[in-house]
Design a protein around this ligand. Structure first.
Ligand code: ADP
Length: 344
């Protein structure tokens, strides 16, 4: 039961606060864009938003920090090039909010070893890096929860790969609120299209990712020829032999990518060609590559320009840090009061 002290700290729970993060483990790709950044850009007009570069999370799998500074700048520039506006949203770097470490510690007391070990992303990463299964990796969803609830966020624009982490975040919030008083709203994964998106890799399996197979992921930093090369290498076959047949997964993936960047009549053309068995995948991939280039090129150019303006990027980071810390300080005051850790 919450004590009198804890009950007094019970505040009005905010309704519409947005928080999300992206790790600076490499270059931003189309999966990041369609799974997350596209929503950031829309949400910054409708909500109070906090967007974060998750540099601390990247340490769970990338302990070598020699490239961190340049990666953080790149992710900052690429997000702004995609339309994120640092004057509308608070755009900051995770390690600048020192309060996160404190909240993470409290939440760790509410997270159970069994549930952390069952997390799909933990199991995947442990398999990929058997030599570095560290406690930070195990408690990744706890740190993520600390980031989200630090701003008492309700909406979390993320891709489908993050669904389980959000469910865990809700569990930690429910446990915290039950034990210490209603401080935090329950955060939910958010996508304007209702269904969370997973942008598949070009090799027909898995997802596009910063840290995995480079050839199957399209990055905003890729030049036109690289985009063409990657798209043309995507797995296909000799085409359907029966009218209106079901698409194999790797073909479904190519259609899915086309739906993200191509015009409606182009998509319809290839849908019909597939259904009446006249489709030529070589032509389809050429079209897809050109449409991808149309989409990527202006964003790539803007990011390149921004990366040349270091003073601007530092200014964005500094302002973001200040705003994020103000919000964090308010939340931690409530947390310490609720937990009875306010001795003075
Ligand atoms: P990555 O897996 O490339 O390292 P992050 O873990 O930094 O990406 O995730 C940043 C955001 O991008 C998250 O909201 C995540 O859900 C989203 N995301 C990453 N990859 C994809 C993908 N292939 N499809 C959809 N969303 C994705």
């Amino acid at each position: 039961m919450a004590s009198e002290n804890q009950k007094k700290a019970n505040p009005n729970i905010p309704a519409n606060i947005v928080m999300s993060g992206i790790r600076p483990t490499g270059m931003v790709h189309l999966g990041n864009y369609f799974g997350a950044i596209r929503n950031y850009v829309k949400m910054q007009d409708d909500f109070e938003c906090f967007f974060m570069i998750a540099d601390l999370h990247s340490l769970t799998t990338h302990p070598d920090t020699s490239l961190l500074k340049s990666n953080v700048r790149r992710v900052l520039a690429e997000n702004i090039a995609c339309g994120l506006n640092p004057d509308k949203a608070t755009f900051y770097c995770q390690s600048h909010v020192y309060e996160t470490g404190e909240l993470y510690l409290y939440l760790n007391m509410l997270a159970y070893k069994g549930e952390l070990e069952k997390t799909v992303t933990f199991k995947d990463k442990a398999r990929q890096h058997p030599e570095n299964i560290n406690a930070g990796l195990l408690t990744y969803p706890v740190l993520q929860t600390a980031d989200i609830i630090m701003h008492r966020a309700t909406h979390v624009p993320v891709g489908k790969d993050q669904e389980q982490h959000l469910e865990m975040a809700r569990n930690f919030v429910v446990r915290f609120n039950h034990r210490y008083g209603e401080i935090f709203p329950e955060p939910h994964a958010f996508n304007y299209n209702q269904n969370l998106i997973k942008v598949p890799g070009l090799d027909g399996s898995g997802k596009m990712s910063k840290s995995e197979n480079n050839m199957s992921t399209l990055y905003f930093a890729d030049d036109d020829d690289t985009i063409r090369k990657k798209v043309m290498k995507a797995k296909t076959d000799s085409g359907p032999t029966e009218m209106n047949s079901t698409k194999p997964d790797y073909i479904e993936n190519i259609f899915l990518l086309m739906k993200l960047v191509s015009a409606e009549d182009v998509i319809q053309h290839y849908e019909s060609a597939f259904n009446n068995c006249t489709i030529r995948y070589g032509d389809m991939k050429k079209q897809l590559a050109e449409d991808m280039i149309q989409f990527v090129a202006p964003i790539r150019q803007k990011a390149t320009d921004l990366l040349e303006n270091d003073a601007y990027l530092l200014e964005v980071m500094g302002k973001g840090a200040q705003k994020a810390r103000e919000s964090a300080k308010k939340t931690m005051k409530l947390v310490r009061e609720a937990m009875g850790l306010n001795y003075f």
